[in-house]
Design a protein around this ligand. Structure first.
Ligand SMILES: C[S@@+](CC[C@H](N)C(=O)[O-])C[C@H]1O[C@@H](n2cnc3c(N)ncnc32)[C@H](O)[C@@H]1O
Length: 263
């Protein structure tokens, strides 16, 4: 599936506000004094722009994505020591692991499978900071009686194949904790919900249009007409609506480094 530059640009300020800043700071500390960061599913470079001010000068990025257009944009955001890698993250052996001190990702884990997480847990030897995974929770104010059914349909759609097999979708945060803890990692978790008011009207409009489209394609209730009508109502009311979209941030730390984590 493809992600548009416009959508990623629109969501970046909300993502930045939503991140758990304590976890972000701990991730930066774990990257070390001479960091080499590998960002999986880098998109246009949102994680680079967000972490860069907190990183020591000279930090180097290995940017990984399977979309050449997005990867090009991300490279523009990173310093000239950084490299882009047009690689499918399913090919874990093909990732540029050498020298990496921190793996990062944002808005990625909901697209992956449990099998991918297990395989990653078998090869990961450095910390992994995975931010902004959707957790299945969506609330609007004012409420609409169709919200619950649309949310459930959207969540079913999120579990479909997004390129790597049946996606974890809204279960990604809990499943990632389960897989990595079982493999002996320490996993720190912080909530990172989008809290969108009128200042995010354009993002809200794009978001609810996308949710309505996905919900209309998911099998079961509500039917296509109802899902689309919900979307039209929500788009029209976005400037007067507040919504909360649940996400989680995770910092996954190998056993060998766990003692360095201050609780
Ligand atoms: C939701 S976007 C997030 C982009 C960016 N991390 C951000 O927060 O704005 C997911 C990204 O993962 C990339 N992606 C999805 N599946 C991939 C795969 N199998 N291999 C490499 N990249 C993938 C997409 O191209 C997209 O850039």
């Amino acid at each position: 599936m493809g992600f548009s530059t416009d959508w990623l640009t629109l969501r970046e300020p909300a993502d930045r506000e939503a991140r758990d800043h304590t976890l972000l700071q701990r991730a930066v500390e774990l990257a070390g004094v001479d960091p080499i960061l590998m960002d999986l599913g880098c998109g246009t470079g949102s994680t680079v722009r967000t972490l860069e001010p907190a990183l020591p000068e000279g930090a180097t990025w290995r940017l990984v994505d399977n979309d050449p257009v997005l990867l090009e944009r991300a490279l523009e955001a990173a310093g000239n020591t950084s490299r882009g890698h047009l690689v499918d993250i399913d090919q874990l052996d093909s990732l540029p692991w050498e020298g990496v001190t921190l793996v990062t990702a944002s808005a990625l884990l909901d697209l992956v499978t449990e099998d991918w997480l297990v395989r990653l847990s078998e090869v990961l030897t450095v910390p992994f900071y995975a931010a902004l995974s959707y957790n299945g929770q969506m609330h609007w104010d004012p409420v609409d009686p169709r919200d619950q059914a649309v949310t459930e349909a959207f969540n079913r759609h999120q579990r479909q194949n997004k390129g790597l097999g049946p996606a974890l979708g809204p279960t990604s945060v809990e499943k990632t904790i389960e897989v990595f803890e079982a493999a002996g990692f320490t996993v720190l978790h912080g909530d990172s919900p989008w809290q969108l008011g009128p200042e995010f009207t354009e993002l809200q409009q794009a978001l609810v249009a996308g949710i309505a489209q996905a919900a209309s394609e998911a099998a079961g209730e509500p039917d296509e007409t109802t899902a689309k009508a919900w979307g039209e109502t929500r788009v029209a009311q976005a400037a007067q609506t507040r919504c909360v979209i649940g996400h989680g941030d995770l910092l996954i730390i190998p056993r060998s480094l766990s003692s360095t984590v201050v609780s």
